[in-house]
Design a protein around this ligand. Structure first.
Ligand SMILES: Nc1ncnc2c1ncn2[C@@H]1O[C@H](COP(=O)(O)OP(=O)(O)OP(=O)(O)O)[C@@H](O)[C@H]1O
Length: 593
């Protein structure tokens, strides 16, 4: 291993097993039950260092398995400390994340590992603004692990439920997950204040997909002589930003034609489901939902305005793999990116106006679906609106192609967004003076096919007025508040009963017309028909090869059947990528997570 404070780039990865990393057999058994057999690169390097007690900064791309890289050694330490824990007066380990959604995800992951290990470790999660009694109940014991946000821990401290001296006495591991987002979410002061209570002996771990000044500041603030891990993968540093198992495409069109183009790719079945679609505002999300509804395409909209129970239910539903089969399309408002934008353009007047307009509606400051959320079964990410930053792009498309899975992204780019699109291409390693790019034109959409839908699309788009959007947004909120009440009561008893409530209810006042719902096949040009058949066949094959019916393309055979890989992409970067090494040292082994 490299010396401390040295970058690990260039270090050769051996194909180590979890046993060889020194993991406790109970944890390995738990992983086996989850069908996880081989460590990812970040786990291979990170786990032994963390077990040794080092402070670590881990920077590895989205979906590379950073959560287990810190959770497994953290649990192992707690397992071996368990007998000595009786004197603890505060949590022994604290995991701080930027959003409530992430908190729920990490908490579920820890709980499931603990249950599978059959050990007596207590984990609690605290987010938002819990009451004094909720905080007291959660921290009584105390729990071994607290998963929370920095603001919520601050609340526990200032209310006196958590004593600074207790943290000093008990805390031995602190994890700052999605570190690059913690300041963006406004936790800078909380984190600076909290630092004064962290004991010097406490091991600190900092996990992040991208590097930034914020990560640097946090590193300086919390870590002592840390190991900096950057994955030793092939290619230059820029190659490491995006997982190689995500194929990136783009479509150029006018702002006005965006609805038409997304309709074409979804309606003509040119992409694999499940599809996660990003918009930059809640209104655009609802506009898109109303528009697609008229063509018989049902979707749910996930945004900061929804009650927390509904949001967590939608996400839990995604985590469980859409097995209840209620919706294939999720439209997410990329709030973290707009937060970043707001932070960057602090004095931008448009942003100020926007936030004034939405002042009446209460948005959850701890909402975030883009960063870190593990959408296991998302095959396709669509950028309906381009993100405000290149880092935002990386995080969005990182919601597909997780771990050993593959996925694709399609960005629909209008002339106004070309500047940020060029910035993204440069960020990914494109060359300004040549046509080398990692993002290729989407090969399956023929101009004829788009034009064939134009008349209907424009007609429906006109009917989706601002008032219709406003009403739909209010209606959805009312539905979800009702859902939320039912969810609260029901899911306390039946936490796994996911099919109870629908989040994709129709919001349009008029039902979709039959002639819009069905596209007669004979009207389509042969190329589009062929492309659509390919995608359907692949989907059917994936279903057959898959016992639980919810996994992505995996292994070589499925990749060979992926129509997006049988069509040749244009960009040189894509060709280079196709030849390049696959993700992780065990890529040839079939994994079934
Ligand atoms: N060794 C492994 N083998 C197979 N799957 C794994 C392995 N480790 C983790 N996974 C799975 O990979 C997925 C992505 O992992 P994780 O959420 O930790 O990624 P991440 O690096 O934190 O991504 P992000 O930066 O987007 O938060 C999860 O579904 C997880 O269960």
């Amino acid at each position: 291993m490299a010396n401390s404070d040295e970058n690990q780039e260039g270090e050769q990865l051996k194909d180590l097993t979890f046993e060889e990393l020194g993991l406790d057999p109970r944890l390995i058994r738990a992983l086996t039950k989850k069908n996880i057999q081989n460590p990812t690169p970040i786990q291979q390097i990170g786990i032994p260092l963390i077990l040794e007690g080092k402070d670590v900064v881990a920077r590895a791309k989205t979906g590379s398995g950073k959560t287990f890289a810190y959770l497994l050694p953290l649990l192992q330490k707690l397992l071996s400390d368990n007998n000595n824990n009786s004197k603890a007066v505060a949590p022994t380990a604290m995991i701080l994340v930027p959003s409530r959604e992430l908190c729920q995800q990490v908490y579920s992951e820890v709980l499931s590992l603990i249950e599978l290990c059959r050990v007596q470790l207590k984990v609690v999660q605290l987010t938002g603004e819990p009451s004094f009694s909720d905080m007291a109940a959660a921290l009584a014991g105390p729990p071994h692990i607290l998963v929370s946000t920095p603001a919520c821990v601050q609340r526990c401290l200032s209310s006196g439920v958590l004593k600074a001296t207790s943290i000093q006495d008990s805390l031995s591991i602190l994890v700052l997950d999605e570190a690059d987002l913690l300041f963006t979410y406004g936790y800078e002061k909380n984190l600076k204040d909290l630092k004064t209570h962290i004991p010097i002996k406490c091991q600190c771990l900092l996990m992040s997909a991208t590097s930034s000044e914020d990560v640097e500041s946090l590193k300086k603030l919390y870590l002592h002589n840390p190991y900096i891990l950057t994955l030793p993968e092939v290619g230059d540093a820029k190659d490491e930003i995006v997982p190689k198992n995500v194929q990136q495409f783009w479509i150029q069109c006018s702002e006005r034609d965006k609805l038409l183009h997304i309709l074409a790719i979804l309606k003509l079945d040119l992409v694999q489901k499940k599809v996660l679609i990003f918009t930059n505002t809640i209104d655009t999300g609802f506009r898109l939902k109303l528009f697609l509804e008229q063509f018989g395409i049902k979707s749910a909209v996930l945004n900061a305005e929804l009650p927390v129970n509904s949001r967590l239910h939608i996400l839990e539903f995604m985590f469980q793999g859409f097995n209840a089969g209620l919706f294939d399309y999720l439209i997410a408002t990329d709030d973290s990116d707009s937060k970043e934008k707001e932070k960057m353009d602090g004095d931008n007047q448009t942003e100020k106006k926007k936030s004034k307009k939405h002042k009446k509606r209460k948005l959850d400051s701890e909402f975030g679906v883009v960063r870190g959320i593990d959408f296991k079964n998302v095959q396709t990410v669509v950028n309906f609106d381009m993100p405000a930053s290149a880092a935002g792009y990386v995080h969005r498309i990182g919601r597909t192609g997780r771990a050993f899975n593959t996925g694709q992204s399609i960005s629909i780019v209008s002339p106004d967004e070309m500047e940020i699109f060029d910035e993204i291409k440069l960020f990914l390693g494109g060359d300004e003076d040549s046509d080398v790019t990692h993002i290729a034109p989407f090969p399956l959409l023929e101009k004829n096919a788009v034009e064939f839908l134009r008349y209907r699309a424009e007609d429906v788009a006109r009917s989706v007025t601002k008032i219709a959007v406003k009403e739909a947004r209010a209606q959805d909120l009312r539905n979800e508040i009702l859902n939320s009440e039912k969810l609260k009561a029901h899911f306390q008893e039946n936490p796994r009963d996911l099919a109870l409530l629908k989040h994709d209810k129709l919001l349009s006042k008029k039902a979709p017309a039959p002639h819009l719902r069905d596209v007669p096949e004979y009207l389509l040009d042969p190329t589009t028909q062929q492309a659509s058949k390919f995608v359907k066949l692949t989907r059917a094959a994936m279903g057959r090869n898959n016992n639980n019916g919810n996994r992505g393309f995996k292994g070589r055979s499925k990749k060979a059947g992926d129509p997006l890989k049988t069509f040749s992409a244009q960009g040189k970067g894509m060709k280079r990528k196709a030849k390049g090494k696959e993700f992780g040292p065990k890529q040839k082994k079939k994994q079934d997570m």
